[in-house]
Design a protein around this ligand. Sequence first.
Ligand code: SF4
Length: 500
Amino acid sequence: MTFVITQSCCNDSSCVAVCPVQCIRPLPGEAGFTAAEQLYIDPATCIDCGACAEECPVDAIVHDAELPAHLKEFRSINADYFAEHPLEDAAPRPLVRRRLPRGRPRLQVAVVGSGPAALYAAGELSEMRGVEVTIVEKLTAPYGLVRFGVAPDHEPTRRIAQRFAPILQRPNVTCLFGVEVGKDIGIEELRRHHHAVIWAAGAFGDRSLGIAGENLEGSVSARDFVAWYNGHPDAAGFRFDLSGRRVVVIGNGNVALDIARLLAQPVTSLDHTPIAPRALQALRESAIEEVVVAARRGPASAAYGTGELLALSHLPGVDLLAHDGEISVAEHELRAASRPSRDLWRRLDVVRKAATRTPEEPRRITLRYRLAPAALTGDTAVTGILFDRPDGTTERIDTALVIRAVGFRGRPVTGLPFDPATGTIPNRAGRIVAPTSGEPLRGLYCTGWIRRGPAGAIGVNRADAAETITSLLDDFASGHLPAPETLPLPRPLSPPGGGG
Ligand code: SF4
């Protein structure tokens, strides 16, 4: 018997630290960790102690005897990982506790943002004696993407907010909610009050398609759509037309699948979720029968997790469909690859089954591949989308709503350098550097999406924050951080209550 890591894994790695036989992979810092869909337990080494399941913040770890039917495939998903990455170095890892150097003054750090990247950083810093942390958040509610990015029906993933909540209550943590850096307070002012500022406010732009008609009414960014159904205050006035029978979602990642699932599944399955009431009402009145998920490349290149795709195939009242011709190309490519992974074969298998299914249910999600968006049609509002196909032909799909889920992108921050090519803040191990000289800008750090780009599960931010904090502590220990000039900051506000 063994424990099994399932779909809602957030890659936080809390389980890794408590496993007595170290049989959970990949490890933070290992190649492939940042891009890993999830973590895996080696069934041959696991001693069935249950420590990891106790520690998991999103309840993603289940005993294999208790796996519900829709998660049973995760038994082989976990085992397959170790068939391709045999466990060679299973040994207890020492728990590393950080300490400030003796005789130094209290370390004062401002953390901008209150999403996962910010709270992993704030949590790690505030665990240490002699550290004071100020969290500065422009919204009046904490948790960033956990609250406003994770789909409302992914309740286990949203539960990670419960892991973060105690950090906001620590006596050495001050929370400034409703304070926008760059508007209510400048970076320089924050810097004067602290030894260091960590920018951890995420990536708030969207990648564009760069095609005609992208700005027509009915062409919507996934960011706006997700903000709408999650009740983000900036999306309070948004309205989306769900009166057509078909929606096209452009993208090949988890966000595209989240949106397809939300639009297609029976609305009753959202009744007891934290979805925004007006979005729930709009979905109740929706006339949508088909959600087309259109990807530029094939299923083997998809950025979504296989678990998320599997979940679509289990949705009640929804047929998952695909086009046979688009799958055979992917099969051919996989056979030609030198070492195609079992995970890719499993993913292809889901799509292959979708291609042979006869529609029976009232709604359907249709997976389409190798369609390059060419133009959105319509005078003032979208009436359809044109795709270029690999054989040189063009295909038109009629729709009044196109949701563009082709990725997020960092935006420049006033007072900090920015690399427009990557959409990130230039940095070395979390130290923000001048773009031309590459020299660290004293006292300025970054972590999360704005540091590494918008990719990776929530828990990847933990390893990211740990590296940034190591740099910051090294700089503090070596006397490179100037002492704060003035204390304290105005307007300390209590963190608002509420979970994810
Ligand atoms: Fe490790 Fe125990 Fe979890 Fe098995 S059940 S993976 S031995 S912590």
